[in-house]
Design a protein around this ligand. Sequence first.
Ligand code: NAG
Ligand code: NAG
Ligand code: NAG
Length: 357
Amino acid sequence: MKFSCALLLSGITRLAYGSDTDSLCIAPGTCQPPSDSNYEVLGRIEAVPRKQWGDSGGFCGALSIQVIGMSFGVWHSQDVIRKQAPRSDPLGHGDDTLGYEILHSNINGAMENLGFEYESWDWETQPKPQGKNYLQWMKHKLASDNGIVQFVLCKGDRHNSYGPPSDPVPYDHIEPFFKLYSFDGDGDVRDDDIVVHGSDYSPDGKDNFGYFRQFDSLLDSLDMEGNCANAGSGYGKNEMYPCIFEDQTYGTAISAIKGLDAGDIKVSLTVNATDEADVREDEPPTPLQGTLKIRGLSAGEHYVLQRFDGLGNFPIYGNTPSATYKLEGTDEDVVIWIDPVTFISNNSTLYTVVNAQ
Ligand SMILES: *[C@@H]1O[C@H](CO)[C@@H](O)[C@H](O)[C@H]1NC(C)=O
Ligand SMILES: *[C@@H]1O[C@H](CO)[C@@H](O)[C@H](O)[C@H]1NC(C)=O
Ligand SMILES: *[C@@H]1O[C@H](CO)[C@@H](O)[C@H](O)[C@H]1NC(C)=O
């Protein structure tokens, strides 16, 4: 959707702990965590920014869902995500065969079809201006281990995603907002709360940690002369320093994968590439090697790691795994496990860990 989203250094930027040596971090964005170690880190702490496909309106919504999904242990190709998105009004790029571009109007349907537990901010009936309440909702969701598919304004863009000129739909781009730095956990929003997000043009900084934004710098009007006054304009700049519309906001929080009963065991997935071969541009799909970080195992206990290949074979449909591996809990908080068998990039693969029977 995004025809361009931008950036630069806000005169009122408070998060400026030196990224001047990082050419992959676009100012005024900041790509390193705050130095204050009293911050608690919450949300999808293992999410890693990734790069979207650029064809057919751009896959920013699909990419955002992919990034957050991986932090729950599931891989969905951008192709699969779009194919699970229903036709909607307003309508973006797509058709019944190729699926539809993810927008605010079809994201709930896509969430259902992809098997996510989710909640979307009620942009239709919440009182306006929504921005302040939205930030409180966002903080609460992140503090509760959710990741957010966030609809944002980008400086220099049109601030209308497929709405008629008489009734514009006020966002330009969609990004994963995945991590929260907070001094008070799930408390009231504070100016010094920090959210970490991807631009969809990873690497986001040399370490690809993402962009760190203080909550009090996020809201702006459509003029973007407030918090985003110094954001750069245009592609490759404005995505790295977006703002959230202060009057009406859109966002979808993802909390879990349907059909799993993993209790306290948490599985996150990364793969050996931060971009995905674009099968819609005739690039062949590639094998991906999955690395899992598993939390919540007890030392000496026995577990089974299950892998499911293909969305139609996911546990939500009552299927048995395509592969299983035995695991034993150790004293380590995090068990790292590398799948010896690759999966194919243009499909879906889910990992979960259950107690051994
Ligand atoms: C990922 O690793 C697998 C297994 O080693 C390899 O076949 C594949 O080419 C790698 N993919 C990328 C994009 O590097
Ligand atoms: C995805 O992979 C699964 C398992 O290999 C397979 O059954 C399914 O047909 C694939 N889906 C598509 C659309 O290729
Ligand atoms: C993925 O690519 C393979 C090989 O080109 C193809 O057979 C399969 O149908 C594709 N699967 C999906 C989900 O598009």
